[in-house]
Design a protein around this ligand. Structure first.
Ligand SMILES: Cc1ncc(COP(=O)(O)O)c(C=O)c1O
Ligand SMILES: N[C@@H](CCCC[NH3+])C(=O)O
Length: 415
């Protein structure tokens, strides 16, 4: 099988991530467990970092995809900046040793306390999503006697051709500011001493497979930058967001350096530095969810493999009907059946995969692939299930980067 994960290997002892057998991970840390490959993350980051010269482009990892401190730390060490959407993500970046001035604060509804904290630590830029938010940021900056670095996120009204739940660049989406309104806001903001106009931003959606909507959005951004220039507003950077897709099943993902270069080409005559905010394409195919079959259940109409990971651990299948490959860790011969691979959660939408042809017995380990992005990050404690452990492998070494949640943590804040 040609796996979508570059560092997943078939060995005589079953599947291994880098050189660590997944059976070793299960025996050491238990299941369910997220397992990430350091090499895969670093190689993906290098594809971004080396696509364009550093003076031309900056790569800010979208923390929402996977905010584990060890992952943030290894990306910071490679020179990544960060894209955040909450105070929690900001504090994660700072705890991991990231620099505040290399942080982009995105998100549609930044709270006053979040804005205050970001100004206090010296955030790189606020990507502002509305006139009201700009007013709030200006007000808080004035109160604090600071200047807030801002970029306006425009909504280019371009169809990103992705799942409707993760499309953000259309007029009907809540994100960004229509171009005409943004131009007027820039003019207004120019006369406000508490605001420093440093950039412009755009992000049209996630899991984009066709790069042409990105290029189209870039054209709209460029038009806006040129109009601003004619109005005497010069910016330092142009943030083109994230969104490049990955292979989960049989998709052909866009070639990262080729897309970055094609985008940079559009701005060849512009002096502003470019910025990118990739999430999924850095960590998605670096991680998998390891789970164990608890029971097999042969229903009248459907065979079920009941596993110990559920929708609370990986909600993408339930939320988007997303496909993740599911592969036995140690393949066995025996009858193949079409299983719905389902979790222990009390919801019929609690599935990890449907109609999968597998030869299984209770106790077998399964690897749910391509789960490094928006896996652990979107997990919950539904059904009072503690969140899984997270493990990072590198070569033949492995280490725990987040302990399995202890049960007491589930009610620690309750009376
Ligand atoms: C503003 C912003 N930047 C970056 C990202 C990261 O997107 P992706 O994980 O698709 O690269 C997102 C999520 O879609 C986002 O909303
Ligand atoms: N959480 C989504 C992507 C949303 C991107 C965030 N703006 C996913 O798993 O695919």
């Amino acid at each position: 099988m040609n796996f979508p994960m570059p560092t997943l290997r078939v060995t005589a002892h079953g599947l291994a991530l880098e050189d660590v057998p997944l059976t070793t991970i299960a025996a050491t840390y238990g299941t369910p467990c997220y397992v990430y490959s350091r090499t895969a993350i670093e190689e993906a980051f290098e594809r971004y970092r080396t696509a364009l010269p550093p003076e031309r482009a900056e790569i800010c990892y979208a923390v929402k995809a996977n905010g584990n401190l060890s992952i943030l730390r290894l990306l910071a060490a490679r020179g990544a900046g960060f894209d955040i959407v909450s105070r929690g993500e900001l504090e994660r970046v700072l705890a991991a040793g990231g620099e505040a001035k290399r942080v982009v604060f995105s998100g549609v509804a930044k709270g006053a306390a979040e804005i205050r904290r970001a100004l206090e630590v010296g955030i790189g830029v606020f990507n502002v999503e509305s006139a009201a938010e700009l007013t709030r940021i200006a007000h808080i900056a004035r109160e604090m006697g600071r200047r807030a670095p801002v970029a306006l996120r425009i909504n280019p009204d371009v169809d990103p051709k992705t799942h409707p739940y993760i499309s953000t660049g259309l007029k009907r989406n809540k994100f960004g500011i229509p171009v005409a309104e943004a131009l007027a806001l820039y003019r207004q903001a120019k006369s406000m001493p508490e605001l420093e106009l440093v950039g412009i931003a755009c992000h049209i959606g996630s899991q984009l497979l066709d790069p042409s909507p990105l290029l189209e959005a870039a054209e709209r951004v460029k038009d806006a930058v040129e109009q601003l220039e004619r109005n005497g507003i010069a910016l330092r950077h142009i943030d083109l967001g994230g969104g490049l897709g990955i292979r989960y099943r049989d998709e052909t993902p866009p070639d990262i350096p080729a897309v970055l270069r094609a985008l940079a080409e559009r701005f060849a005559d512009r002096p502003e530095r470019l910025m990118f905010e990739p999430g999924r394409s850095l960590v998605g195919n670096a991680g998998l969810l390891l789970t164990r079959v608890e029971y097999l259940k042969h229903g009248e109409e459907q065979d079920f493999a009941l596993v110990d990971a559920g929708m609370n651990d990986l909600m993408r299948p339930a939320l988007y009907d997303a496909w993740h490959e599911i592969v036995p860790v140690v393949p066995r011969s025996g009858p193949v059946r079409r299983y719905d691979v389902v979790g222990p959660v009390c919801e019929s939408s609690d599935f990890l995969g449907r109609g999968r042809e597998l030869a299984l017995e209770a106790g077998d380990l399964l690897a749910v692939l391509s789960a490094g992005a928006y896996g652990m990050a979107m997990s919950s404690n539904y059904n009072a299930r503690p969140r899984p452990a997270e493990v990072l492998v590198e070569g033949a070494t492995h280490r725990l980067i987040r302990a399995r949640e202890p049960l007491e943590a589930l009610w620690a804040l309750e009376q």
